[in-house]
Design a protein around this ligand. Structure first.
Ligand SMILES: C[S@@+](CC[C@H](N)C(=O)[O-])C[C@H]1O[C@@H](n2cnc3c(N)ncnc32)[C@H](O)[C@@H]1O
Length: 246
């Protein structure tokens, strides 16, 4: 077992957000923990064992650290997904109970639309004695706002952070529209997201950022440009009302 002092027989689980893509946007604390843990877990699809999170964190993981991919099915079947969370939580618990310190990696922040949230809840239920430390990461929307040098919120403004998987419905449902909206998971239903922004009337600036802080980063100055095509998976939209920031 490496450097981190043990407080009990079991190891500690560290939930680590590796940030949006640039390895320099990973917190110093997370880099230190990655240099000390015995095992790193990360989510992968069932199609391959690739993990962008592992690639981003790579410069901070010493050679010899065990890296284990947990394959999650890309399915709408909730019972299949639940089974995968439980099985993977079980595998992580086994590692922790053998005395190893473990990191679970996720992109961006670990508690924002992340697989870690489900793993965390399952481990808390299945093995409440296990010490868990979650370290925040820079979210993709913070990085996207920085990339376009635009404040996310100012003064008394509000910010709606919402998934775009079901299009713009969540924005339509708001009786009082927020001054600022972040659509995450804007890779699907982009036309409906754009339609909801237009219906809401007043969102004067709607910018898309794909692959933020990665080498192939793209800024889409007007997201209506995306109507005719499917945006990349790593796409986020920041929409601001014309009076925001006034
Ligand atoms: C499952 S969520 C993960 C969110 C992540 N935990 C966070 O804190 O940003 C996946 C969505 O996050 C957004 N995302 C994550 N990284 C991104 C990046 N580098 N550039 C643009 N969007 C990104 C995209 O909207 C993508 O569809």
């Amino acid at each position: 077992m490496k450097g981190i002092a043990m407080t009990s027989k079991t190891g500690t689980l560290y939930g680590i957000g590796v940030g949006p893509g640039d390895p320099e946007l990973l917190p110093i604390k997370s880099a230190r923990i990655l240099s000390e843990v015995d095992t790193v877990f990360a989510a992968a699809s069932t199609k391959n064992a690739y993990s962008l999170a592992v690639k981003i964190a790579g410069p901070h993981i010493p050679a010899g650290t065990s890296i284990q991919m947990l394959q999650f099915p890309m399915t709408q079947d909730k019972s299949e997904t639940r089974l995968a969370w439980q099985t993977h939580a079980g595998a992580i618990i086994t590692e922790l109970e053998s005395g190893k310190n473990v990191a679970f990696l996720t992109l961006g922040d670990p508690l924002t639309y992340s697989t870690y949230g489900y793993i965390l809840k399952n481990i808390q239920e299945m093995a409440p004695h296990i010490p868990i430390v979650t370290i925040p990461g820079i979210t993709s929307y913070q990085a996207a706002a920085a990339c376009i040098n635009t404040p996310l919120v100012e003064g008394e403004e509000s910010l709606l952070v919402v998934s775009g998987v079901n299009g713009g419905d969540r924005l339509r449902q708001m009786t009082v529209k927020p001054e600022n909206v972040v659509f995450m998971k804007a890779y699907r239903n982009i036309k409906d997201i754009n339609a909801a922004l237009e219906d809401a009337d007043g969102f004067a600036r709607c910018v898309g950022v794909s692959n933020c802080s990665l080498p192939d980063q793209k800024i889409i100055q007007d997201v209506r440009e995306l109507n005719g095509r499917t945006p990349e998976y790593w796409t986020i939209i920041i929409a601001k009302q014309s009076h925001a920031g006034a």
